[in-house]
Design a protein around this ligand. Sequence first.
Ligand SMILES: Nc1ncnc2c1ncn2[C@@H]1O[C@H](COP(=O)(O)OP(=O)(O)OP(=O)(O)O)[C@@H](O)[C@H]1O
Length: 352
Amino acid sequence: MPPLELDGLTKYYGDVRGVEDLSFAVESGEVFGFLGPNGAGKTTTIRTLMGFQSPTAGTARVLGADVTDAGALRRARANVGFLPSEPSFDDRVSGRRILEYHAGLRGDVRSDELLELFDPPLDRDVGEYSRGNRQMLAIVIAFMHDPELVIMDEPTTGLDPLKQEQFHRFVRDERERGKTLFFSSHVLSEVRKVCDRVGIVRDGRLAALEDVEALLERSGKTVRVHAASPLAPEDVTLADAHDIEVTEAAAEADDGASTVSFTYTGAYDPLLDWLGGFDLRDLTIEEAPLEAVFMRFYDDGPDDGATVRGPTGAEAGESDDRERDADGDGPERDDHGDGSERGGRPAESTDA
Ligand SMILES: Nc1ncnc2c1ncn2[C@@H]1O[C@H](COP(=O)(O)OP(=O)(O)OP(=O)(O)O)[C@@H](O)[C@H]1O
């Protein structure tokens, strides 16, 4: 049984589509990256998997528990770690007390080890924490009971580059230990570093599901050539160059220099041969930005997106009970919820 299984998972907020018809499974011991641009549906998926909101249609199972079966999901949660998109805590309490609280809920078998990697100032009140310190505390909480499966919503948000690197190493180590990790990101380079497989969500739908290696092969590089001579788009004679753009024309420069950029999906040798024909002043070759990957491979035209009807007859303004609860008089939010910051979304709780 795969630790995570989505089958036609669909979530509408009234008439607004969060995600539609997502079907895929995350296998045991896999690091799975869930990629997508802003508003694609990553957080919606994760919140639905965690049981904070009910699907409008379709099903999902977390460690075998149907996400609509609150009792089964609660039992499964003993073996699931969760890192919300915007960890929020009771600001008047120290990090140490928050850890103790979570240790009481699900156990603590490795916080000492985790705190050597991610080290928020535990004796200070969380209200004084920087965004990065909050994130580190949330990471420790997600992993301290050594769960089999960890679900994370953009886990490196707020971490400085060194801590991000630390986190990536940690994820690789967890994979070696046989853990299953599912996390959302909009950073292709992060996914490339640590993931085995990637699902790309776009406008609420699964646009691709593939091995990271295969995705990278298809995504190509962004090449920017600053040459001493005038360059025009037709000078880029490479078969695998796309989206060619002259970003600084010779006419604009005093000295006849020019700059041309393009996405390149071919082999290096022809590129190097071609570059050899110019007097180069500067050259950058970098990973194509995620947006370019989307445009290149997954852009199937304008989407009518957020205004389509609900697939199972959900009417405008209708929302499920748990959302109404969480918005108002429902279960109390704990100190590791996900904020109300995001447009009045219901709070997430690690204990739902
Ligand atoms: N509580 C809500 N009420 C109404 N619409 C919502 C709600 N939450 C999300 N949406 C909508 O659902 C769609 C998917 O949003 P979601 O937050 O899941 O995307 P995301 O991929 O996580 O984006 P980001 O990278 O910006 O976090 C968007 O159109 C968003 O406006």
